[in-house]
Design a protein around this ligand. Structure first.
Ligand code: NAD
Ligand code: WQD
Length: 344
Protein backbone atom coordinates (compact mmCIF):
# COMPACT_ATOMS: atom_id res chain seq x y z
CA UNK A 1 0.00 0.00 0.00
CA UNK A 2 1.18 3.54 -0.83
CA UNK A 3 -0.42 5.00 2.30
CA UNK A 4 -3.77 6.04 3.74
CA UNK A 5 -5.58 9.04 2.23
CA UNK A 6 -8.66 10.85 3.55
CA UNK A 7 -11.01 11.94 0.76
CA UNK A 8 -13.57 14.45 1.96
CA UNK A 9 -16.63 14.65 -0.28
CA UNK A 10 -15.61 11.23 -1.58
CA UNK A 11 -19.13 10.10 -2.54
CA UNK A 12 -19.53 13.20 -4.70
CA UNK A 13 -19.03 13.51 -8.43
CA UNK A 14 -15.28 14.18 -8.67
CA UNK A 15 -14.48 12.59 -5.31
CA UNK A 16 -15.92 9.18 -6.21
CA UNK A 17 -13.94 9.03 -9.45
CA UNK A 18 -10.81 10.07 -7.57
CA UNK A 19 -11.29 7.38 -4.90
CA UNK A 20 -11.29 4.71 -7.62
CA UNK A 21 -8.09 6.07 -9.20
CA UNK A 22 -6.39 6.31 -5.80
CA UNK A 23 -7.29 2.69 -5.11
CA UNK A 24 -6.07 1.61 -8.56
CA UNK A 25 -2.81 3.37 -7.76
CA UNK A 26 -2.33 1.52 -4.45
CA UNK A 27 -3.59 4.02 -1.88
CA UNK A 28 -5.88 3.02 0.99
CA UNK A 29 -8.84 5.42 1.07
CA UNK A 30 -11.07 6.70 3.86
CA UNK A 31 -14.10 8.68 2.68
CA UNK A 32 -15.83 11.27 4.81
CA UNK A 33 -19.02 12.78 3.43
CA UNK A 34 -22.19 14.22 5.01
CA UNK A 35 -24.28 13.08 2.01
CA UNK A 36 -25.66 16.62 1.58
CA UNK A 37 -25.21 16.25 -2.20
CA UNK A 38 -24.59 12.55 -2.76
CA UNK A 39 -25.80 9.07 -1.79
CA UNK A 40 -24.29 6.34 0.39
CA UNK A 41 -24.74 3.73 -2.35
CA UNK A 42 -21.94 5.46 -4.28
CA UNK A 43 -19.63 3.51 -1.92
CA UNK A 44 -21.13 0.26 -3.29
CA UNK A 45 -20.46 1.40 -6.85
CA UNK A 46 -16.90 2.43 -6.01
CA UNK A 47 -16.38 -1.12 -4.75
CA UNK A 48 -17.91 -2.54 -7.95
CA UNK A 49 -15.53 -0.46 -10.07
CA UNK A 50 -12.31 -0.95 -8.10
CA UNK A 51 -12.98 -4.21 -6.28
CA UNK A 52 -12.00 -2.51 -3.03
CA UNK A 53 -14.52 -1.12 -0.56
CA UNK A 54 -13.22 2.13 0.93
CA UNK A 55 -13.89 2.98 4.56
CA UNK A 56 -16.79 5.43 4.71
CA UNK A 57 -17.82 7.73 7.55
CA UNK A 58 -20.93 9.87 7.25
CA UNK A 59 -19.70 13.00 8.96
CA UNK A 60 -19.84 16.76 8.49
CA UNK A 61 -16.44 18.40 8.04
CA UNK A 62 -17.82 21.25 10.15
CA UNK A 63 -17.77 18.81 13.09
CA UNK A 64 -14.28 19.45 14.49
CA UNK A 65 -14.57 16.87 17.28
CA UNK A 66 -15.96 14.31 14.85
CA UNK A 67 -13.05 14.87 12.46
CA UNK A 68 -10.56 14.68 15.33
CA UNK A 69 -12.00 11.32 16.36
CA UNK A 70 -11.93 10.14 12.73
CA UNK A 71 -8.19 10.82 12.42
CA UNK A 72 -7.67 8.86 15.67
CA UNK A 73 -9.87 5.98 14.49
CA UNK A 74 -8.06 5.77 11.13
CA UNK A 75 -4.56 6.31 12.46
CA UNK A 76 -1.85 6.86 9.90
CA UNK A 77 -3.69 9.09 7.41
CA UNK A 78 -0.85 10.78 5.51
CA UNK A 79 -2.74 12.90 3.00
CA UNK A 80 -6.07 14.60 2.43
CA UNK A 81 -7.92 15.42 -0.75
CA UNK A 82 -10.52 18.00 0.19
CA UNK A 83 -13.50 17.94 -2.18
CA UNK A 84 -16.24 18.56 0.41
CA UNK A 85 -17.93 21.88 -0.32
CA UNK A 86 -21.12 23.46 -1.55
CA UNK A 87 -20.63 24.31 -5.22
CA UNK A 88 -23.77 25.80 -6.75
CA UNK A 89 -22.93 29.32 -7.92
CA UNK A 90 -26.54 30.56 -8.02
CA UNK A 91 -27.37 29.08 -4.60
CA UNK A 92 -24.33 30.79 -3.13
CA UNK A 93 -25.81 34.17 -4.09
CA UNK A 94 -29.02 33.29 -2.23
CA UNK A 95 -27.30 31.68 0.79
CA UNK A 96 -23.86 33.31 1.18
CA UNK A 97 -23.44 32.57 4.90
CA UNK A 98 -24.09 28.86 4.36
CA UNK A 99 -21.42 28.86 1.65
CA UNK A 100 -18.87 30.78 3.71
CA UNK A 101 -19.44 28.55 6.71
CA UNK A 102 -19.42 25.26 4.82
CA UNK A 103 -16.57 25.97 2.45
CA UNK A 104 -14.27 27.89 4.78
CA UNK A 105 -14.76 26.25 8.18
CA UNK A 106 -14.49 22.70 6.76
CA UNK A 107 -11.05 23.55 5.36
CA UNK A 108 -9.95 25.33 8.55
CA UNK A 109 -10.93 22.29 10.63
CA UNK A 110 -8.87 19.97 8.43
CA UNK A 111 -5.82 22.24 8.40
CA UNK A 112 -5.93 22.60 12.17
CA UNK A 113 -6.05 18.82 12.66
CA UNK A 114 -3.29 17.94 10.19
CA UNK A 115 -0.24 18.67 12.41
CA UNK A 116 -1.91 17.04 15.41
CA UNK A 117 -2.35 13.77 13.50
CA UNK A 118 0.84 13.79 11.43
CA UNK A 119 -0.92 14.41 8.13
CA UNK A 120 1.75 15.55 5.67
CA UNK A 121 -0.14 17.01 2.75
CA UNK A 122 -3.42 18.30 1.41
CA UNK A 123 -4.80 18.71 -2.09
CA UNK A 124 -7.45 21.39 -2.36
CA UNK A 125 -10.24 21.52 -4.97
CA UNK A 126 -10.00 24.95 -6.45
CA UNK A 127 -11.54 26.25 -9.64
CA UNK A 128 -10.75 28.29 -12.75
CA UNK A 129 -13.51 30.53 -11.45
CA UNK A 130 -10.79 32.33 -9.46
CA UNK A 131 -9.58 33.87 -12.73
CA UNK A 132 -12.91 35.42 -13.67
CA UNK A 133 -12.63 36.57 -17.31
CA UNK A 134 -8.88 36.29 -17.96
CA UNK A 135 -7.25 39.14 -19.90
CA UNK A 136 -4.99 36.68 -21.70
CA UNK A 137 -5.95 33.24 -23.05
CA UNK A 138 -5.08 30.48 -22.58
CA UNK A 139 -4.87 31.26 -18.87
CA UNK A 140 -1.78 30.35 -16.83
CA UNK A 141 -1.40 29.97 -13.06
CA UNK A 142 0.29 33.38 -12.98
CA UNK A 143 -2.84 35.13 -14.25
CA UNK A 144 -4.25 37.66 -11.80
CA UNK A 145 -7.01 36.53 -9.44
CA UNK A 146 -10.04 38.68 -10.20
CA UNK A 147 -12.86 39.84 -7.95
CA UNK A 148 -15.12 36.83 -7.52
CA UNK A 149 -18.42 36.86 -9.38
CA UNK A 150 -20.20 34.92 -6.59
CA UNK A 151 -19.84 33.99 -2.93
CA UNK A 152 -18.98 30.47 -4.13
CA UNK A 153 -16.12 31.73 -6.27
CA UNK A 154 -15.01 33.91 -3.36
CA UNK A 155 -14.85 30.89 -1.04
CA UNK A 156 -12.39 29.28 -3.47
CA UNK A 157 -10.21 32.37 -3.53
CA UNK A 158 -10.29 32.72 0.26
CA UNK A 159 -9.59 28.98 0.70
CA UNK A 160 -6.47 29.30 -1.43
CA UNK A 161 -5.31 32.21 0.74
CA UNK A 162 -6.05 30.26 3.93
CA UNK A 163 -3.83 27.40 2.74
CA UNK A 164 -1.04 29.78 1.68
CA UNK A 165 -1.15 31.70 4.98
CA UNK A 166 -1.22 28.55 7.12
CA UNK A 167 1.85 27.15 5.33
CA UNK A 168 3.59 30.54 5.56
CA UNK A 169 2.98 30.49 9.32
CA UNK A 170 5.32 27.52 9.51
CA UNK A 171 2.75 24.73 9.58
CA UNK A 172 4.47 21.36 8.99
CA UNK A 173 2.40 20.53 5.92
CA UNK A 174 2.60 20.74 2.14
CA UNK A 175 -0.24 21.60 -0.23
CA UNK A 176 -1.24 21.47 -3.87
CA UNK A 177 -4.06 23.64 -5.18
CA UNK A 178 -5.71 22.19 -8.28
CA UNK A 179 -7.73 24.70 -10.31
CA UNK A 180 -10.24 22.60 -12.23
CA UNK A 181 -11.77 23.89 -15.43
CA UNK A 182 -15.10 22.32 -16.42
CA UNK A 183 -15.31 18.66 -15.35
CA UNK A 184 -17.75 16.60 -17.43
CA UNK A 185 -18.51 12.98 -18.28
CA UNK A 186 -18.75 9.83 -16.19
CA UNK A 187 -16.87 6.64 -15.46
CA UNK A 188 -16.69 4.32 -18.53
CA UNK A 189 -18.50 1.63 -16.52
CA UNK A 190 -21.44 4.04 -16.06
CA UNK A 191 -21.36 3.08 -12.36
CA UNK A 192 -20.14 6.55 -11.29
CA UNK A 193 -21.22 9.94 -12.57
CA UNK A 194 -22.76 13.28 -11.79
CA UNK A 195 -26.04 13.19 -9.83
CA UNK A 196 -27.27 16.77 -9.77
CA UNK A 197 -30.13 17.33 -7.34
CA UNK A 198 -33.07 19.21 -8.86
CA UNK A 199 -32.73 21.10 -12.12
CA UNK A 200 -29.11 20.90 -13.30
CA UNK A 201 -27.34 24.25 -13.51
CA UNK A 202 -24.37 22.89 -15.45
CA UNK A 203 -24.44 22.40 -19.21
CA UNK A 204 -23.70 18.71 -19.66
CA UNK A 205 -26.13 17.21 -17.13
CA UNK A 206 -28.87 19.50 -18.46
CA UNK A 207 -27.94 18.45 -22.00
CA UNK A 208 -28.10 14.72 -21.26
CA UNK A 209 -31.38 15.11 -19.35
CA UNK A 210 -32.79 16.94 -22.38
CA UNK A 211 -31.57 14.16 -24.67
CA UNK A 212 -33.28 11.67 -22.35
CA UNK A 213 -36.53 13.63 -22.47
CA UNK A 214 -36.45 14.63 -18.83
CA UNK A 215 -36.12 18.30 -19.90
CA UNK A 216 -38.07 19.63 -22.88
CA UNK A 217 -35.21 21.61 -24.43
CA UNK A 218 -31.76 22.97 -23.70
CA UNK A 219 -31.45 26.74 -23.59
CA UNK A 220 -28.18 28.04 -24.99
CA UNK A 221 -27.41 31.13 -22.95
CA UNK A 222 -26.43 33.59 -25.63
CA UNK A 223 -24.93 33.52 -29.11
CA UNK A 224 -23.84 37.16 -29.24
CA UNK A 225 -20.48 36.77 -27.49
CA UNK A 226 -17.18 37.68 -29.13
CA UNK A 227 -16.46 34.07 -30.11
CA UNK A 228 -16.43 32.33 -33.52
CA UNK A 229 -20.01 31.06 -33.25
CA UNK A 230 -21.17 33.58 -30.63
CA UNK A 231 -21.60 31.07 -27.79
CA UNK A 232 -19.40 30.91 -24.68
CA UNK A 233 -16.18 28.94 -24.68
CA UNK A 234 -14.99 26.65 -21.86
CA UNK A 235 -12.30 24.01 -21.25
CA UNK A 236 -14.24 20.78 -20.68
CA UNK A 237 -12.17 18.13 -18.92
CA UNK A 238 -13.02 14.45 -18.57
CA UNK A 239 -13.73 13.63 -14.92
CA UNK A 240 -11.53 10.51 -14.99
CA UNK A 241 -8.62 12.55 -16.38
CA UNK A 242 -9.28 15.02 -13.56
CA UNK A 243 -9.32 12.22 -11.00
CA UNK A 244 -5.96 10.93 -12.28
CA UNK A 245 -4.46 14.41 -11.78
CA UNK A 246 -5.18 14.03 -8.05
CA UNK A 247 -3.26 10.75 -7.88
CA UNK A 248 -0.23 12.31 -9.59
CA UNK A 249 -0.47 15.30 -7.24
CA UNK A 250 -0.71 13.06 -4.14
CA UNK A 251 2.29 11.04 -5.34
CA UNK A 252 4.19 14.33 -5.71
CA UNK A 253 3.42 15.28 -2.11
CA UNK A 254 4.06 11.82 -0.63
CA UNK A 255 7.37 11.49 -2.50
CA UNK A 256 8.36 15.02 -1.38
CA UNK A 257 8.97 16.15 -4.95
CA UNK A 258 7.39 19.58 -4.56
CA UNK A 259 9.47 22.60 -5.55
CA UNK A 260 7.54 24.76 -3.06
CA UNK A 261 5.44 23.95 -0.02
CA UNK A 262 2.33 25.19 -1.86
CA UNK A 263 2.02 24.53 -5.60
CA UNK A 264 -0.80 25.60 -7.93
CA UNK A 265 -1.79 23.80 -11.15
CA UNK A 266 -4.41 24.42 -13.82
CA UNK A 267 -6.15 21.14 -14.54
CA UNK A 268 -7.61 21.55 -18.00
CA UNK A 269 -7.17 20.22 -21.52
CA UNK A 270 -5.93 23.48 -23.08
CA UNK A 271 -8.79 23.14 -25.62
CA UNK A 272 -11.55 25.70 -25.71
CA UNK A 273 -14.95 24.49 -26.91
CA UNK A 274 -18.07 26.60 -27.45
CA UNK A 275 -21.50 25.58 -26.21
CA UNK A 276 -22.70 25.03 -29.78
CA UNK A 277 -19.58 23.01 -30.63
CA UNK A 278 -20.20 20.82 -27.60
CA UNK A 279 -23.83 20.28 -28.59
CA UNK A 280 -22.80 19.25 -32.11
CA UNK A 281 -20.06 17.01 -30.71
CA UNK A 282 -22.65 15.28 -28.50
CA UNK A 283 -25.00 14.69 -31.44
CA UNK A 284 -22.16 13.34 -33.59
CA UNK A 285 -20.75 11.14 -30.81
CA UNK A 286 -24.06 9.62 -29.72
CA UNK A 287 -26.31 9.93 -32.77
CA UNK A 288 -28.87 11.54 -30.47
CA UNK A 289 -30.47 14.74 -31.80
CA UNK A 290 -30.77 17.51 -29.24
CA UNK A 291 -33.66 19.94 -28.90
CA UNK A 292 -32.14 23.32 -28.06
CA UNK A 293 -32.82 26.99 -28.53
CA UNK A 294 -30.75 30.14 -28.28
CA UNK A 295 -31.93 32.44 -25.48
CA UNK A 296 -30.47 35.47 -23.73
CA UNK A 297 -27.22 35.49 -21.80
CA UNK A 298 -27.08 34.07 -18.25
CA UNK A 299 -26.09 36.67 -15.66
CA UNK A 300 -22.56 36.13 -14.34
CA UNK A 301 -21.34 34.03 -17.25
CA UNK A 302 -17.87 34.83 -18.47
CA UNK A 303 -17.32 34.85 -22.22
CA UNK A 304 -14.39 32.51 -22.71
CA UNK A 305 -11.82 30.66 -20.66
CA UNK A 306 -9.51 27.77 -21.33
CA UNK A 307 -6.37 26.55 -19.61
CA UNK A 308 -2.73 26.72 -20.45
CA UNK A 309 -1.97 23.27 -18.97
CA UNK A 310 1.80 23.38 -19.61
CA UNK A 311 2.70 23.49 -15.91
CA UNK A 312 0.54 20.46 -15.09
CA UNK A 313 1.90 18.65 -18.17
CA UNK A 314 5.58 19.45 -17.62
CA UNK A 315 5.98 19.89 -13.85
CA UNK A 316 3.20 17.71 -12.41
CA UNK A 317 3.59 15.15 -15.17
CA UNK A 318 -0.13 14.90 -15.93
CA UNK A 319 -1.98 15.43 -19.23
CA UNK A 320 -5.64 15.15 -20.19
CA UNK A 321 -6.13 12.21 -22.55
CA UNK A 322 -9.82 11.63 -23.25
CA UNK A 323 -11.41 12.95 -26.43
CA UNK A 324 -14.49 15.13 -26.13
CA UNK A 325 -16.45 12.53 -28.07
CA UNK A 326 -15.58 9.70 -25.65
CA UNK A 327 -16.30 12.00 -22.73
CA UNK A 328 -19.74 12.95 -24.04
CA UNK A 329 -20.49 9.31 -24.82
CA UNK A 330 -19.67 8.46 -21.19
CA UNK A 331 -22.05 11.19 -20.00
CA UNK A 332 -24.80 9.79 -22.20
CA UNK A 333 -24.15 6.17 -21.11
CA UNK A 334 -24.44 7.35 -17.48
CA UNK A 335 -27.74 9.13 -18.21
CA UNK A 336 -29.10 5.97 -19.88
CA UNK A 337 -28.11 3.90 -16.85
CA UNK A 338 -29.80 6.36 -14.46
CA UNK A 339 -32.99 5.89 -16.48
CA UNK A 340 -32.61 2.08 -16.48
CA UNK A 341 -32.14 2.14 -12.70
CA UNK A 342 -35.15 4.45 -12.30
CA UNK A 343 -32.96 7.04 -10.58
CA UNK A 344 -33.61 9.87 -13.06
P1 NAD B 1 -20.30 17.28 -5.36
O1 NAD B 1 -21.35 18.12 -4.73
O2 NAD B 1 -20.67 16.17 -6.24
O3 NAD B 1 -19.34 16.68 -4.24
C1 NAD B 1 -19.11 17.36 -3.02
C2 NAD B 1 -19.35 16.34 -1.90
O4 NAD B 1 -19.07 16.94 -0.67
C3 NAD B 1 -20.80 15.85 -1.86
O5 NAD B 1 -20.80 14.44 -1.80
C4 NAD B 1 -21.36 16.44 -0.55
O6 NAD B 1 -22.28 15.58 0.06
C5 NAD B 1 -20.08 16.59 0.26
N1 NAD B 1 -20.10 17.67 1.27
C6 NAD B 1 -20.45 18.97 1.09
N2 NAD B 1 -20.28 19.64 2.25
C7 NAD B 1 -19.78 18.75 3.16
C8 NAD B 1 -19.41 18.83 4.52
N3 NAD B 1 -19.51 19.98 5.21
N4 NAD B 1 -18.94 17.73 5.13
C9 NAD B 1 -18.85 16.54 4.46
N5 NAD B 1 -19.21 16.39 3.16
C10 NAD B 1 -19.65 17.51 2.53
O7 NAD B 1 -19.33 18.30 -6.12
P2 NAD B 1 -18.14 17.99 -7.15
O8 NAD B 1 -18.58 18.48 -8.48
O9 NAD B 1 -17.64 16.62 -6.98
O10 NAD B 1 -17.03 19.03 -6.61
C11 NAD B 1 -16.05 18.60 -5.70
C12 NAD B 1 -15.17 19.78 -5.39
O11 NAD B 1 -14.62 20.30 -6.60
C13 NAD B 1 -15.91 20.95 -4.73
O12 NAD B 1 -15.04 21.53 -3.78
C14 NAD B 1 -16.13 21.92 -5.88
O13 NAD B 1 -16.20 23.26 -5.42
C15 NAD B 1 -14.90 21.69 -6.70
N6 NAD B 1 -15.06 22.05 -8.11
C16 NAD B 1 -16.07 21.48 -8.83
C17 NAD B 1 -16.23 21.84 -10.18
C18 NAD B 1 -17.36 21.26 -10.99
O14 NAD B 1 -17.69 21.84 -12.03
N7 NAD B 1 -17.95 20.17 -10.58
C19 NAD B 1 -15.35 22.73 -10.77
C20 NAD B 1 -14.32 23.28 -10.00
C21 NAD B 1 -14.18 22.92 -8.66
C1 WQD C 1 -20.95 26.13 -19.19
C2 WQD C 1 -21.41 26.92 -20.38
C3 WQD C 1 -23.17 28.49 -19.93
C4 WQD C 1 -26.23 25.56 -18.93
C5 WQD C 1 -19.68 26.56 -13.40
C6 WQD C 1 -19.20 27.30 -12.19
C7 WQD C 1 -17.76 26.95 -11.91
C8 WQD C 1 -17.60 25.43 -11.83
C9 WQD C 1 -18.10 24.80 -13.10
C10 WQD C 1 -17.70 24.78 -9.52
C11 WQD C 1 -21.67 28.37 -20.05
C12 WQD C 1 -23.65 27.40 -20.86
C13 WQD C 1 -25.03 26.15 -19.28
C14 WQD C 1 -27.33 25.63 -19.79
C15 WQD C 1 -26.00 26.88 -21.33
N1 WQD C 1 -18.30 24.89 -10.73
N2 WQD C 1 -24.92 26.79 -20.47
N3 WQD C 1 -27.17 26.29 -20.97
O1 WQD C 1 -20.69 28.32 -15.72
O2 WQD C 1 -18.58 27.49 -16.89
O3 WQD C 1 -18.92 26.98 -14.48
O4 WQD C 1 -19.49 25.17 -13.23
O5 WQD C 1 -16.59 25.08 -9.24
O6 WQD C 1 -17.38 27.55 -10.70
O7 WQD C 1 -19.26 28.68 -12.48
O8 WQD C 1 -20.32 25.85 -16.19
O9 WQD C 1 -21.80 24.11 -17.08
O10 WQD C 1 -22.85 26.09 -15.85
O11 WQD C 1 -21.88 26.40 -18.12
O12 WQD C 1 -25.89 27.49 -22.40
O13 WQD C 1 -28.44 25.11 -19.51
O14 WQD C 1 -22.67 26.39 -20.80
O15 WQD C 1 -23.66 29.76 -20.34
O16 WQD C 1 -21.25 29.14 -21.14
P1 WQD C 1 -19.65 27.27 -15.89
P2 WQD C 1 -21.79 25.55 -16.76
Amino acid sequence: MKGKILVTGGTGYIGSHTVVELQHSGYEVVIVDNLSNSRADVVDNIEKVSGIRPAFEQLDCLDYAGLDALFTKYAGIKGIIHFAASKAVGESVQKPLMYYRNNLVSLINLLELMPKHGVEGIIFSSSCTVYGQPDVLPVTEEAPIKTAESPYGNTKQINEEIVQDFVKSGAPINAILLRYFNPIGAHPTALLGELPSGVPQNLVPFLTQTAMGIREKLSVFGDDYDTPDGSCIRDYINVVDLAKAHVVAMDRIMQQKQAEKVEVFNIGTGRGLSVLELIHAFEAATGVKLNYQIVGRRAGDIEKVWANPDKANNVLGWKAEATIEDTLRSAWKWQVRLREEGIQ
